[in-house]
Design a protein. Structure first.
Length: 64
């Protein structure tokens, strides 16, 4: 799946992002993980989900 990261945050401002992102390794992100991951990707200059690194590769850098 591909999606615009800022659009995901805007559209789901008052909705849960849980279960929307599934990593290549099969992990389904909950709402908190998804929000932190999307914000991390945006801070790294990514605008689309397909361009983000794998969640498992950056989980140590995220403040969960």
């Amino acid at each position: 799946m591909n999606a615009d990261l800022q659009g995901m945050l805007d559209f789901h401002k008052n909705r849960s992002l849980g279960n929307l992102i599934v990593t290549n390794k099969g992990k389904t992100l909950n709402d908190a993980e998804a929000r932190v991951f999307i914000k991390y990707c945006l801070s790294q200059g990514h605008t689309e989900l397909k361009n983000c690194p794998e969640f498992e590769d950056v989980v140590e850098k995220l403040e969960l």
